[in-house]
Design a protein around this ligand. Structure first.
Ligand code: FES
Length: 372
């Protein structure tokens, strides 16, 4: 038998109380005084009440429809990059705003529905409670459950079928949308192309032995400027992108080279005489004082765009990971645990930088099949 405070009812007495009596007892035991309690709809079934009910149901309906719309957009909308000028570029640009808009509308209308219901249908109540210390006893817990149940009953939710159905539809569709978004990435087999899969290749992969050059982004996607060693001062950095001679004049390929998420590489020129440790298996990946590392952070994929010349540290602004440029970009601070992959580079007979081959490991954050 649980200890109970003096003057409180026994378990047998509690079992005999109705829900309303139990709720009143709960108020009394909690030192709650109901100063004012008024049903917002003393006359049931009026046209005004029905209109208010439809207003609340409308919000839940909008919530459900927007959740379904966002799931449909996520599955069927053409999301892959399309260059400006092509017929599908507008669709590509609209993908993210539309998914965001429908998810936002769903959450907003769900909140609006709950607020509208509370304002229009919950009884207007003013209660005053005296605070007390310590944990609640058995009687308090049971009477509290009765209070919650009583609140549900007096709110009239059980007899407002339109609201309960639309709220169920809204919440269900929202759950479905979240499930689709969560599982969407698992539907496609990322290894369908074997060693050519997107997870293990980047824009630096050579096709049919064609050289991939290091290109500067001038702001004009159609202008091609290749990088030479003299373009960088000692202790400086430049972000470069892949370029193949066969892409010359091909607007779409030129733009894609700059936009591919796995393309950006940091080309660093260390100061002369800087002591460097080469990673096993990556010997000779540098060209003199020039070192090229993937710009995609190995923590969560942000661009590691900051370089501190004095300490030779590369910094990621997202969660402050730091990588030592003199130690094959090994992480020395922050949440990242793997070195930035290094791109092997050389200079051709005309004096332009090019990549000897693609990275020798996947770039970016971890995934479960990854070994390194
Ligand atoms: S993404 Fe770079 S530290 Fe988190």
């Amino acid at each position: 038998m649980t200890d109970r405070p003096p003057n409180s009812p026994s378990e047998t007495e509690l079992d005999e109380l109705s829900r309303s009596e139990m709720a009143r007892l709960g108020n009394k035991l909690d030192d709650v005084e109901i100063v004012h309690l008024a049903d917002q709809w003393p006359v049931k079934g009026t046209r005004t009440e029905k209109r208010a009910e439809r207003g609340v149901a409308m919000w839940f309906l909008v919530c459900g429809l927007s959740a379904l719309a966002s799931a449909a957009l996520f599955i069927w909308w053409p999301w892959e990059y399309q260059p400006p000028g092509s017929g599908e570029h507008l669709s590509y640009q609209l993908y993210t705003p539309l998914v965001g808009l429908t998810i936002g509308l769903c959450v907003l209308s769900l909140g609006m529905g709950v607020i509208a219901y509370a304002k229009k249908f919950l009884p207007a109540e003013v209660a005053v409670q005296t605070r007390h210390d310590g944990p609640s006893d058995e009687v308090d817990r049971r009477t509290f459950a009765a209070l919650v149940s009583e609140a549900g009953a007096t709110s009239g939710l059980t007899r407002r079928k339109m609201i309960t159905r639309t709220a169920g539809f809204g919440a269900g569709a929202m759950g479905l949308g979240l499930t689709v978004v969560g599982l969407g990435g698992l539907v496609k087999n990322p290894w369908a192309e074997g060693n050519e899969s997107a997870l293990v290749t980047t824009g630096w992969r050579s096709v049919d032995g064609e050289r991939v050059y290091l290109r500067r982004d001038t702001g004009d996607p159609h202008e091609v400027v290749l990088v030479r060693p003299d373009d960088l001062d000692a202790g400086s950095i430049e972000t470069v992108f892949p370029f193949r001679r066969s892409e010359e004049g091909d607007e779409e390929a030129l733009v894609k080279g700059l936009r591919r998420a796995d393309s950006p590489v940091m080309l660093l020129r260390l100061r002369p005489g800087t002591q460097v440790t080469q990673r096993k298996g990556q010997e000779g990946f540098n060209y003199g004082d020039y070192w090229a590392y993937s710009k995609v952070c190995t923590h969560l994929g942000c661009p590691t765009s900051l370089y501190e010349t004095q300490t030779n540290r590369i910094l990621c602004p997202c969660h402050q990971s730091q990588f030592d440029a003199t130690m094959y970009a090994k992480p020395i601070f922050g949440p990242a645990t793997r070195a930035l992959p290094q791109l092997p580079i050389d200079v051709d007979e005309e004096g332009f930088f090019y990549a000897l081959h693609d990275f020798n490991e996947p770039i970016g954050p971890a995934y479960w099949e990854r070994k390194s």
